[in-house]
Design a protein around this ligand. Structure first.
Ligand code: UDP
Ligand code: MG
Length: 341
């Protein structure tokens, strides 16, 4: 299994571009990098990738996915693609976001092992040889875990908070200090390519598919130049995707909150009834209910109801996205020198 890439119909909703069966060549390594407005970094990024990959002594290709860049990134990438047949450029029809861009790259890359990394040099190419060594020893999924992290113009406590909440809620063990940076064996890539869900959290899907895994550690620097390309809103959406696609706990949480509030209300109701029947106060509760207790219980229950409806909404919204089965991205063109297969 996994020696030829089979395109089941299930892969098609991911994008319109079908890549054709990839031939398993002698240990080809692919590097997939999403690029969005990174003109400042493309030259140095490509240079670093080339140096590291040449040092491996294995055939390699790099797949840059241009996610609708508005600056000169695409031009710079295409120049490199024309100069070097090992460079493939996937041009998306517009800006689709980080996860769709990476998914597009996964569909086009033909390697026996695929390395995923960001294009802002936060994921240092120097870690690649270690990941390839782990793969050669038999690991099919290599996670690059952050020993430390630096972020530019981003409060890093937000990331810590997300990972804390995620670790608490996730129904499935997902390594928490790892983003997309890592290596996937062809078999794992084929498995991930068959997952058609729209709300993708790749680190979760990567853990979900299983296979033998290995961890390498690195220090995450802040981005080498430019501003972060993912807006805070998009990161929050991504965090919610992670939580809601890998956990049912929020649903249960609202159920428990509802049950607790209802039990409390029942108990309180009984006490009030007894007070009323006995004609005197109990536990300091006056016979005539005051405004405070009414308004507090009203607000409390109203709050719980709204939270529960909100949580339901998050799930239903995602169900709606999946039902529509819109493609996750659209490819304008795949630029490559070598023939498809
Ligand atoms: N990126 C992308 N599409 C987007 C946003 C970002 O392809 O809509 C790319 C970006 O060029 C970079 C990588 O994804 O190579 C990570 O983006 P960024 O550094 O902004 O994310 P962060 O490090 O803040 O998570
Ligand atoms: Mg970054």
């Amino acid at each position: 299994m996994g020696f030829t890439r089979t395109l089941t119909p299930a892969t098609e909703p991911l994008g319109t571009e079908t890549t054709g069966p990839a031939v398993r060549r002698s240990r080809l390594i692919s590097v997939v990098v999403p690029i969005y407005d990174e003109e400042l970094l493309v030259p140095v990024l490509h240079q670093q990738i080339t140096e590291v990959m040449d040092g491996l002594g294995l055939p390699w290709e790099v797949v840059y996915v241009d996610d609708g860049s508005r600056d000169r990134s695409l031009g710079l990438l295409l120049t490199r693609q024309q100069q070097d047949p090992r460079v493939v450029v996937v041009e998306l029809s517009r800006n689709w976001g980080h996860q769709p861009a990476v998914t597009a790259g996964l569909g086009v890359a033909r390697g026996d092992a695929i390395i995923l990394m960001d294009g802002d040099l936060q994921d240092p190419p120097s870690v690649i040889p270690e990941m390839v060594r782990a793969w050669k020893k038999g690991a099919q999924v290599v996670y690059a875990e952050r020993r430390s992290r630096k972020e530019r113009n981003r409060p890093s406590w937000l990331f810590h908070l997300f990972y804390k909440i995620f670790a608490l809620l996730s129904d499935y063990p997902i390594p928490i200090n790892a983003g997309i940076f890592g290596l996937l064996d062809r078999q794992a890539v084929d498995a991930i390519n068959r997952l058609t869900e729209t709300n993708r959290y790749l680190p979760g899907l990567r853990a979900w598919v299983g296979f033998t895994s290995e961890v390498v550690y690195y220090d995450r620097a802040s981005r080498a130049a430019g501003e972060p390309k993912q807006s805070l809103g998009r990161l929050i959406r991504y965090a919610l995707d992670a939580i809601f696609s890998f956990s049912y706990k929020p649903l249960r949480l609202s159920l428990f909150a509802g049950l607790t509030a209802a039990s409390f209300a029942l108990f309180y109701g009984v006490v009030l009834l007894v007070c009323r029947l006995m004609g005197r106060g109990l536990f300091g509760i006056p016979v005539v209910n005051g405004y405070t207790s009414t308004i507090v219980s009203l607000l409390f229950l109203g709050g719980i109801q709204l939270i529960s409806v909100g949580i339901l909404g998050e799930y239903i919204g995602r169900v709606y996205d999946e039902v529509k089965r819109r493609p996750l991205f659209l490819v304008r063109k795949v630029h490559r020198t070598t023939p498809e297969s």
